[in-house]
Design a protein around this ligand. Sequence first.
Ligand SMILES: *Cc1c(COP(=O)(O)O)cnc(C)c1O
Length: 393
Amino acid sequence: MNQYMEKTDASLVHTYNRFPVVMEKGEGVYLYDTDGKKYLDFAAGIAVCGLGYGNRELNQTLKEQIDMLTHTSNLFYNTTCGKAAEALKKLTSMDRVFFTNSGTEAIEGALKAARKYAYKKGSGRYEFIAMEHSFHGRSIGAVSVTGNEHYRTPFEPMLPGVKFAKFNNLDSVKALVCDKTCAVILEPVQGEGGIHMADPEFMKGIRKLCDEEGILMICDEIQCGMGRTGSMFAWQSYGTKPDIMAMAKAIGSGVPVGAFAMTEAVAAYSLEPGDHGTTYGGNPFACAAVAKTAEIFERENLLAHINEVGAYLEDCLNGLKNELPDEIVERRGLRLIQGIKIKKPVGEVINKALEEGLALISASDNVLRLVPPLIITKEHVDEMICILKRILE
Ligand SMILES: *Cc1c(COP(=O)(O)O)cnc(C)c1O
């Protein structure tokens, strides 16, 4: 273990299983540790650093914003916040945006917005239907809708009124609907749960069910959103639109920021002044990151790049699976969010990859999760495949 880490890690609450490496610097799609060793990064700080590391334009914007204004709280409107909201409105086609400081908080806000809507409509609805193997965050509200007992059990009792349906099984959702159902919440691509994509019929079926029953549909786009699937937000490729959505991770390119957004139809009956708030949320610094990230996405036409490189990544992983049928069980995912279920213990594979200069993460049931910076090129994919093949075969 790195000496620096040995000395300082003891003063932190032991909540993370960290890798035995101390990262010091990032450049493009590479990380460098304190010994100067270089790592090709297919983790992107858990799907956060979409623009990679050291983006000059983003960094310059952030430096200028620091000198201008970083915080006033929501006592005052600031134009950077307005600019970021406009940018997200355009990308999501939602009507109203609320900025938070994390994904978890975006989920909390989305749940509150749904409950307030039901309250104001006088419908008496308060229950949430969530999916098995979902992940929505670690606060009591977010963990209550997270379909994984490992995250929930030590913190019980959970929020009342949450039921879990089987992902991609519309009948199991229908079976849970009653006149108390307030909202259905789901990730269009389950991340932590092992990179499982919603079937088109499932997404469309949920939308139809919600419309018929007067239930709100909430999409958690925190991991799969912001271009990663080749659509700006994953739900957009299904021809459905949620009523409320949560974003975070890549929207700030590494600056801590999240957001939830809703349609005008929801907003008209939802949160009002005094209902919800956050001291830091919507601060000019975080919002400068969001606005600049959105600007770079559009100008550089990153979606086209993601579709091209993402399709190449899919081909390469399919090829690797064909070459190593005894080692790779399944490839799942879309474009730059991929999971490969393997036979070898995933922890060992990740540690070996780290030794060989490749940063990877896992998900759920022995799945290697590939969520690289969105700016990776085909050459980077080749480099990753070469290392991975050596380790897996
Ligand atoms: C990471 C994640 C969250 C939680 O976001 P934080 O910023 O860690 O609070 C919620 N939902 C999904 C799908 C995530 O991937």
